[in-house]
Design a protein around this ligand. Structure first.
Ligand SMILES: Nc1ncnc2c1ncn2[C@@H]1O[C@H](COP(=O)(O)OP(=O)(O)O)[C@@H](O)[C@H]1O
Ligand SMILES: [Mg+2]
Length: 391
């Protein structure tokens, strides 16, 4: 049985310093997962697996645990699952806690001509028990917040039902966008978590029917944070849009695809003013209804809403293009992502599937799950009733 080792909680100030340093260094690195140890997670047996830096092909019958393995890697990298927000569901039916420990390495340089940065080793761990809840550790330090932990290992997840990204509610697209920006900028993750903290303060005050001058204090801070959030998002979308255009043209060459970002507060509008004017209504509602937490983006297919008029197939291919564009943008920002793909090619026709594998090629580390392994090179893992064996 694994005990949770006692590690000191990293002081927030110190953490902030560490993060800022990290941002300044702007390393052009490839980070890849070399080893994972899993225990108490879904139906997976307690085991340690060593991975290939390029391609890992996971195969086995339905219900054997392939998606669970990808999910455990996502939990390790992002601190949460792509399938559920309820951590209790991740816990194996008879286990008191789960833990995913991972070792990753960086230091392989991309094309740039400068001298090679020192390779770095990462040791990360996510622990959960129903009583203690979830805890995140990076290099022996506990990281106090998921938002700060997430993204130490940038991942891009492709799922069969990613159609939700374009066809689902705005919250899904916001989560996608925030994850995407957060992956290329730790500062963004920090600023966003500050924005959310201040937002929660203002909301609490609204519900207490706080006075105008009390609200004004929080609104000033909220407007400052909102500006930082929006600036970083804008900068990101400038890089992201052309990547998305290229990807969608590749998968849907016959269609005209347009991406429109809809900020809830437009550039040039005075957010403090807007907040001050909404106090009366928002006291009744008990929350802040205007601000960057309400941004959304829309995709037009031949000038019509893809969400309303696109076929399932078109929606799925656009969702794939979004994920690939996100991965491209992270790549250009200097981080080679780890790709988690759950049987995506099964849904694509042969030409699109080949496109996909070629695109990913040597761009990052691939974990690919499917009933049968595709005909590409890589380390093969067979899954049977939660036991994973390299073959
Ligand atoms: N919390 C859990 N504890 C134990 N087993 C679980 C848990 N959640 C799901 N499972 C089991 O995991 C299996 C599904 O694994 P999954 O990775 O989705 O399969 P696949 O190989 O088809 O992707 C099912 O047998 C299911 O009962
Ligand atoms: Mg599956």
């Amino acid at each position: 049985m694994i005990q949770r080792p006692k590690e000191e909680l990293l002081e927030e100030e110190l953490l902030e310093e560490v993060l800022r340093e990290e941002v300044l260094r702007e390393e052009v690195l490839r980070v890849w997962l070399s080893e994972v140890s899993i225990s108490g997670f879904r139906n997976l047996a307690s085991q340690t697996l060593g991975f290939d830096p390029k391609a890992n092909l996971i195969f086995g019958p339905n219900g054997s645990g392939k998606t669970n393995l990808l999910e455990s890697i996502a939990v390790l990298a992002a601190g949460r699952s792509f399938r559920t927000f309820q951590d209790d569901q991740l816990l194996a039916f008879d286990a008191p806690h789960f833990q995913v420990v991972g070792r990753a390495q960086s230091g392989v340089r991309l094309q740039s001509g400068e001298s090679s940065p020192k390779p770095r080793k990462y040791l990360a761990r996510v622990y959960f028990s129903p009583a203690e809840r979830k805890h995140y550790f990076l290099d022996k330090h506990e990281v106090p917040k998921r938002s700060l932990y997430a993204g130490w290992l940038p991942i891009t997840v492709f799922l069969l039902d990613d159609r939700r990204l374009v066809a689902g509610p705005p919250a899904q697209r916001r989560a996608f966008a925030d994850d995407a920006v957060g992956k290329v900028s730790r500062t963004y993750r920090f600023v966003l978590s500050e924005f959310r903290r201040v937002l929660a303060q203002r909301n609490a005050l609204l519900r207490r029917r706080g006075k105008d001058d009390e609200l004004a204090v929080w609104e000033k801070r909220l407007a400052e944070q909102a500006k930082e959030v929006s600036q970083r998002r804008n900068a990101y979308w400038k890089d992201f849009a052309p990547n998305f255009e290229r990807m969608s043209r590749r998968f849907l060459p016959a269609d005209e695809i347009a991406l429109q970002y809809h900020p809830n507060v437009r550039e040039g509008d005075d957010y403090r003013d807007i907040l001050a004017c909404s106090r009366q209504t928002e006291r009744r509602m008990g929350f802040t209804c205007r601000g960057p937490h309400r941004d959304d983006f829309r995709i037009l297919l031949n000038s019509r809403s893809l969400r309303a008029f696109g076929s399932y197939g078109q929606q799925r291919l656009v969702a794939l293009a979004l994920s690939l564009a996100e991965a491209e943008t992270a790549l250009a920002a200097g981080r080679k992502p780890v790709y988690l793909m759950d049987d995506v090619a099964a849904e694509l026709d042969d030409a699109n599937a080949r496109q996909l594998f070629n695109l990913i090629g040597s761009k990052g580390q691939l974990f690919y799950a499917s009933a049968r392994p595709p005909a590409v090179e890589g380390r093969r893992f067979h899954v049977r009733q939660g036991k994973i064996r390299q073959v």
